[in-house]
Design a protein around this ligand. Structure first.
Ligand code: GSH
Length: 197
């Protein structure tokens, strides 16, 4: 069975776990602490980042976007729509949600990994603004449905989950988005159990 190196709070891991679940691909989750740089992770991904999917034949699939596309191909398109316009929309949605996560993670790492006197508050603010603008875009373009979910939807749900966990104030103005997340969780409790925690 493929092994997925992941961690519970990681939004990208959440996205990958939800994608594999959408595609009905069984996997063994391997909780991984990137800070400890375990050999299995460093051998699998030179970047030392999670998630990584290690296939039965030893091939290593990263990052979360490649894992979604792998799951999509293997499942006969259970993760992304086939119709080209719908697919483009889903992929751009995924890109924006992932970019929001990049901005949130960058702002958190700035405080976590730099000595306090070297933290650049202006830069942290800039990253948080990027994330806020991204969420604002989704607030104004709420996905139509919470059924027939695709890679864009799960990426957005993972990003909302991460914001809820690490910087909930970022979501305070976005009530429609919060409602959408609730409907998502009601529609797919199996996926909701995989959001960042
Ligand atoms: N573009 C990557 C980002 C992955 C990523 O940054 N993961 C974080 C955890 S949330 C990580 O592994 N951080 C450890 C590090 O940067 O060394 C993806 O989509 O999978």
């Amino acid at each position: 069975m493929p092994r997925l190196l992941y961690s519970n709070p990681s939004p990208y891991s959440s996205k990958a776990r939800m994608g594999l679940t959408l595609a009905n691909i069984a996997f063994e989750g391997v909780p991984t602490n990137t800070g400890e740089e375990p050999a299995e992770l460093m051998d699998a991904n030179p970047l030392g980042k999670i998630p990584v999917l290690i296939l039965d034949d030893g091939r290593q699939v990263f990052d979360s976007g490649a894992i979604l596309r792998y799951a999509d191909r293997l499942s006969g398109n259970a993760v992304f729509p086939l119709q080209p316009d719908a697919r483009l929309e889903a992929e751009v949605m995924e890109s924006l949600a992932s970019g929001i996560c990049d901005a949130m993670v960058a702002s958190i790492y700035e405080r976590r990994f730099r000595p306090e006197e070297k933290v650049h508050e202006g830069w942290v603010k800039k990253q948080q603004e990027k994330a806020r603008r991204g969420f604002s875009h989704f607030e104004q373009n709420i996905p139509a449905e919470t059924e027939d979910l695709h890679g864009g939807h799960i990426s957005l749900r993972a990003a909302i989950g991460y914001a809820d966990l690490r910087m909930p104030e970022l979501l305070s103005d976005f009530s429609a988005l919060k409602k959408w997340a609730e409907s998502f969780d009601e529609a797919r409790p199996d996926l909701a159990s995989l959001i960042p925690s």
